[in-house]
Design a protein around this ligand. Structure first.
Ligand SMILES: C=C(O[C@@H]1C=C(C(=O)O)C=C[C@H]1O)C(=O)O
Length: 125
């Protein structure tokens, strides 16, 4: 029978990986899947914020909220043993994409391509 992918010998060495690495990779894969699900939910929420802002004529970015989030996340990161600079960079990477979405939503709203009174997200259905 064919070996499962993660138990196959490493081509470079011809040796199987230590079992602990294989076990850790299962955890890493589960965490990566969770991160993707969490990000998808976060973007669903920010998409709706973008629609509400466009309807209200509010700007896509909110620098005061940005500052509060960065301070909060850096504190949480420090307490969790994660590099706070990394936490800030990761947050900025995500939020820059959110702002891009908000700008697109605002432009579509402006051009009349988007209904301003779409129903709110029902995150429990
Ligand atoms: C989502 C918002 O818009 C922008 C994006 C943010 C985010 O992704 O967390 C935070 C602040 C804003 O710059 C918001 O104002 O809440």
């Amino acid at each position: 029978m064919a070996q499962p992918f993660d138990e196959a010998p490493v081509p470079e060495t011809g040796r199987a990986l230590p079992p602990e690495i294989l076990a850790l990779r299962r955890t890493i894969d589960n965490i990566d899947a969770a991160l993707v699900h969490l990000l998808a939910e976060r973007f669903r929420a920010t998409e709706r914020v973008g629609e509400l802002k466009a309807t209200d004529g509010l700007p896509p970015a909110d620098p005061q909220r940005d500052r509060q989030q960065i301070e909060r996340l850096k504190t949480i990161a420090s307490g969790a043993g994660l590099d706070p600079q990394f936490a800030e960079a990761f947050r900025n990477f995500i939020v820059s994409e959110v702002i891009r979405h908000h700008e697109r939503i605002a432009a579509e709203h402006e051009a009349g391509k988007r209904a301003g009174n779409a129903p709110p997200l029902d995150t429990y259905s």
